[in-house]
Design a binder for this molecule. Structure first.
Ligand SMILES: *[C@@H]1O[C@H](CO)[C@@H](O)[C@H](O)[C@H]1NC(C)=O
Ligand SMILES: *[C@@H]1O[C@H](CO)[C@@H](O)[C@H](O)[C@H]1NC(C)=O
Ligand SMILES: *[C@@H]1O[C@H](CO)[C@@H](O)[C@H](O)[C@H]1NC(C)=O
Ligand SMILES: *[C@@H]1O[C@H](CO)[C@@H](O)[C@H](O)[C@H]1NC(C)=O
Ligand SMILES: *[C@@H]1O[C@H](CO)[C@@H](O)[C@H](O)[C@H]1NC(C)=O
Ligand SMILES: *[C@@H]1O[C@H](CO)[C@@H](O)[C@H](O)[C@H]1NC(C)=O
Ligand SMILES: *[C@@H]1O[C@H](CO)[C@@H](O)[C@H](O)[C@H]1NC(C)=O
Ligand SMILES: *[C@@H]1O[C@H](CO)[C@@H](O)[C@H](O)[C@H]1NC(C)=O
Length: 320
């Protein structure tokens, strides 16, 4: 009895908890793939609405399974529904994956489904045509942006990619590749869409130290804690190569190994993506010797470097 319960439980536990959705266009070739696969497993596909196994290809079949793949050649509106792929390992353990298929009716001027399931491409201008690797020997016919054919000197087609030269904000949008796939002499259209969001490069400017001013003399109280802050404008957009640090008598604080000195850097972007870094030198307790030292904020980026040196002086005693 216990064994029986255990068997039922393990059968349930082997069911994958994910349900993926795939979007296709009416009248096109469409293939979905079992998320997990290896050459040693056997895959069976089911239509969950009819509870029937989807057989392998026969003469004239429109929907058929080829191991890991489930093909629709071509799709029809009524193919929308739930499908399951069950993989069986050599020890007879099984695992199943529910997949939901949405076939979008063809409408003039609408070239992409409203829900896009291919991940966004946030990048530098090389967009890959989604799913094309599932179709052997497919040929891209045309790329579209927001349903309009893409053309212009800034766009090049190459293999399964479209390249955008110097992508900018206006290039953000829905990119659709349309390609043809030939199966046993029959030619099918396929289209697949993804969102592209351009990621512009940082552009460094000659760095400017906003504070402190060079040769500032700052009043401190010997024995107390004190924080020296240095803020610099470094250019447009986050620049990982920019540096703002403190030197004490020309030795970087991180090489000093004096526990009284602690350095910490923050960075932030302004409304126009102007990029700042601010480094705080925390002195836990001011000593007499600090009044003789030069504290230099050193700022550098790809373009140039600049510095500002300050000194400390004893705060004038308040005479009340
Ligand atoms: C998969 O789909 C079947 C039929 O719709 C359902 O009974 C089962 O609970 C689903 N499994 C998961 C993990 O969603
Ligand atoms: C597919 O399954 C989901 C839940 O798993 C259900 O809500 C939906 O109605 C099913 N779709 C069809 C077309 O049967
Ligand atoms: C797997 O199942 C088949 C048929 O149900 C059976 O003949 C075979 O012995 C099983 N193999 C293992 C390793 O349990
Ligand atoms: C993709 O971009 C769209 C539009 O900007 C946004 O609504 C969506 O949340 C993004 N999806 C992901 C996974 O980042
Ligand atoms: C690939 O497609 C091209 C034209 O689309 C065709 O000439 C060629 O024979 C095909 N190659 C294979 C291996 O099917
Ligand atoms: C593929 O699409 C093109 C243009 O959208 C159309 O002219 C052609 O008839 C389509 N071919 C098939 C086989 O549907
Ligand atoms: C601090 O800087 C001043 C001016 O550059 C220089 O004359 C002085 O020697 C420096 N002091 C130390 C301790 O390096
Ligand atoms: C910096 O010093 C202040 C006191 O002036 C202290 O509260 C703070 O914790 C210190 N921060 C770091 C990172 O050492």
């Amino acid at each position: 009895m216990m064994e029986y319960v255990y068997l039922i439980l393990s059968a349930f536990l082997s069911v994958s908890m994910t349900s993926e959705t795939f979007d296709g266009m009416e009248g096109e070739a469409f293939v979905i793939k079992c998320p997990k696969w290896s050459s040693s497993v056997q895959v069976t596909w089911y239509n969950m609405d009819t509870n029937k196994i989807i057989p392998t290809e026969e003469e004239g079949s429109r929907i058929f399974s080829v191991n890991r793949f489930l093909w629709f050649l071509p799709t029809s509106r009524e193919d929308s529904g739930n499908y399951t792929s069950v993989i069986r390992f050599s020890n007879n353990r099984t695992k199943s994956f529910n997949m939901s298929v949405q076939i979008h009716p063809y409408k003039q001027g609408v070239c992409f489904p409203s829900q896009i399931h291919y991940p966004n491409d946030t990048g530098r201008g090389k967009i890959v045509c989604p799913t094309i690797d599932n179709y052997k020997n497919a040929t891209i016919i045309q790329w579209y942006k927001d349903c309009k054919p893409l053309q212009g000197e800034r766009f090049f087609m190459g293999g399964k990619y479209i390249f955008i030269h110097n992508p900018r904000k206006e290039d953000n949008g829905y990119y659709t590749c349309q390609f043809i796939y030939t199966h046993k002499g029959n030619v099918f259209n396929v289209s697949a869409t993804r969102i592209f969001i351009s990621k512009e490069k940082p552009s460094p400017l000659p760095p400017q130290i906003l504070f402190p001013k060079n040769n500032d003399v700052i009043e401190v109280e010997v024995g107390a804690a004190f924080s020296l802050k240095c803020r610099a404008l470094l250019g447009i957009r986050k620049d990982p190569l920019a540096v703002v640090t403190w030197d004490v008598d020309n030795i970087p604080v991180k090489h000093l190994d004096i526990s009284r000195f602690q350095e910490k850097t923050d960075s932030f972007e302004g409304p126009e993506h102007d990029y700042y870094r601010e480094t705080t030198l925390n002195i836990s307790k001011i000593k007499e010797e600090d009044l003789q030292a030069n504290f230099t904020c050193v700022v550098l980026n790809k373009m140039q470097n600049t510095k500002a040196t300050v000194t400390l002086k004893r705060k004038a005693k308040c005479l009340q």
